[in-house]
Ligand binder design. Structure first.
Ligand SMILES: [Zn+2]
Length: 257
C-alpha cells in the first residue's frame, strides 16, 4: 500500500477532443516532469483553460499540481490511462532513453508556480504524485522520471523554471521523489518473490507470442513502407519486452536484451 497523503481530483477534459483524444495508453514506461511555464497560473485555472480550448490545440498533460490541489484532466491515476500530448513526437531522446515516444508511454505532470502560489507546498504534492505514479506503474523513481528540458532541450526549459525558484537541481528533485517513494511504501511487508516457473510460464505462453506477433507486424509494416505503423509496433514490442524483464527481475532471473 502506498500512503495516500493527498487527494487526486479527477476533472477530465471533454473528449474525444484535440487535447483529449481518448486513446488508451497500452502501457506506462516512464514519467515526464513539466512545469506550466506560466507563472501564477493555478491547477484549476490551467484545466479550465484546457477545457475551453480543447478543440483548438493538441497540447495536453495528465495532471496539474499547485499548492492546493492535484487535478487529473486526462485519466492516468484515477482512471484507465489515456494518451496526452505533452512532448512533441519528433524528438528522439525519449526513444533513445526508454524505447518509446513520451505521448504513447509516459505520464505528464505539470507543476504550477509563481506569484500567490506557495511553491514549497506545490512541490510537496508534485513529488508525492510522481512517487505514487511510479508505484502504480511499477517504475523505478531513480531512473524512470525525466524532464521535458532533457527530452527537448532546444525548445524547453521545464520543469527547471520552477525548480530554480526552489534552488533545486533535477538530480535533487529525483532524490526527493526516491525518498518520498520510500517513505510512502515504508512498513510494507516484504513482497513475496514470484516463483520463477510461474514467471516463465507467463512469459513463454503469453508474452513471447505477443512480442513475436508485434515484431512480425513491424516487419510487414516496414516492408510495406509504413514507417509510422512500424514504429508503433516496435514501441509496443519494447513494452512487452520490458514487462517480461520485470517478471524476470521479480523472480530472481537474469534479464534478456
Ligand atoms: Zn513541458
Amino acid at each position: 500500500m502506498f500512503k495516500m497523503k493527498f487527494d487526486i481530483v479527477p476533472r477530465y477534459l471533454s473528449g474525444p477532443s484535440k487535447r483529449r483524444p481518448c486513446i488508451p495508453m497500452p502501457g506506462v514506461r516512464f514519467m515526464v516532469a513539466h512545469d506550466t511555464g506560466n507563472p501564477g497560473s493555478t491547477a484549476a485555472g490551467n484545466v479550465s483553460y484546457y477545457e475551453r480550448s480543447r478543440n483548438e490545440t493538441t497540447a495536453s498533460a495528465h495532471i496539474f499540481v499547485d499548492d492546493q490541489e492535484i487535478i487529473e484532466c486526462i485519466p492516468f491515476l484515477t482512471g484507465a490511462a489515456e494518451k496526452a500530448y505533452h512532448v512533441v513526437y519528433n524528438v528522439t531522446t525519449d526513444n533513445e532513453l526508454y524505447g518509446c515516444n513520451s505521448n504513447d508511454a509516459a505520464g505528464g505532470v505539470e507543476l504550477c508556480y509563481g506569484p500567490r502560489l506557495n511553491l514549497k507546498e506545490a512541490y510537496k504534492r508534485y513529488v508525492w504524485v510522481l512517487a505514487y505514479a511510479c508505484y502504480r506503474y511499477g517504475l523505478n523513481p531513480a531512473t524512470d522520471i525525466t524532464g521535458h528540458y532533457i527530452l527537448d532541450p532546444s525548445r524547453k526549459t521545464d520543469p527547471m523554471n520552477a525548480f530554480q525558484l526552489l534552488g533545486k537541481t533535477f538530480e535533487q528533485f529525483i532524490a526527493d521523489v526516491v525518498a518520498e517513494y520510500q517513505e510512502c511504501t515504508k512498513g510494507e511487508a516484504e513482497e513475496p518473490m514470484l516463483n520463477a516457473g510461474v514467471a516463465n510460464t507467463v512469459i513463454d505462453t503469453w508474452m513471447s507470442p505477443a512480442w513475436k506477433e508485434l515484431d512480425t507486424k513491424r516487419q510487414e509494416a516496414e516492408q510495406a513502407g509504413d514507417g509510422t505503423a512500424a514504429a508503433a509496433y516496435e514501441q509496443q514490442a519494447n513494452y512487452v519486452h520490458w514487462l517480461a524483464n520485470e517478471l524476470r527481475k521479480a523472480s530472481g532471473q537474469p534479464l534478456t536484451k
